[in-house]
Design a protein around this ligand. Sequence first.
Ligand code: SAM
Length: 250
Amino acid sequence: MNKNLNLSQKESTLNLKMKFKKTIEVKNIFNKISYKYDFLNNLLSFGLHKLWKRKLVNLLEPLSGEDWADLCCGTGDLAFLISERVCPSGSITGIDSAKDILNIAKKKSELKKNKFIKWEIKDVLEINGYSKNFDGICMSYGLRNLNNVEEGIKKVFNLLKDKGRAGVLDFNHSTKNSLSNIFQKLYLRLIVVPISQLFNLSPEYEYIEKSIRNFPKKNELIKIAKEVGFKKAEYSTIFWGQMGILILVK
Ligand SMILES: C[S@@+](CC[C@H](N)C(=O)[O-])C[C@H]1O[C@@H](n2cnc3c(N)ncnc32)[C@H](O)[C@@H]1O
């Protein structure tokens, strides 16, 4: 490192390097698991993730003719649900930074003969040019994976039209040693990791527990959203506190 840099410059260079490392790591994880992503999602959640996603979409009430984005769309589950509601007169754009998982989303839309969804490969934090473009934004199991949750929420705010709404579904970061926290750890350690091990994907699924630990809790998420400028920020838990849904209105 350059000797002439002062301490804060060194810190920010280090932060940048760490952010870059996390971005690459996350992208590699999702490219690697992409071919088994839907299969393992169904298996590990006993199919329940589909219900939780449907619940998120029901809460958001996308309307025909509106423009929506599914951020960190993965294989596009939310994008498909939203397209049923807003298209053909509206639009839905699925955005993800991992090429392989997005290719699966594209293949799924070919199979479903869904020509409405626009797929874009992009880092959510680096989206430019869609400012105030969307009536609604949804994100499932994506915010937790971003380099910076606050920047992610700011990005959602910038992308939304005035009065636009957004919904985020993710693991709930519950209070340490609470019943739901203990259940979550047991579920991840005794079910998720061993099953993913059968497919040589355990390091990738071990990452979930660490990412939940670093993810803001309910009140922190609400505080960030209010500071960013959202008029309404409400958080509710589902499935006995295992998952959380954050609803935001600009
Ligand atoms: C756990 S998956 C969730 C996929 C999908 N939304 C679902 O619920 O099934 C997280 C997704 O976020 C994507 N992702 C992570 N960081 C991202 C970023 N900075 N920009 C765009 N996509 C990102 C990953 O590539 C991955 O597809």
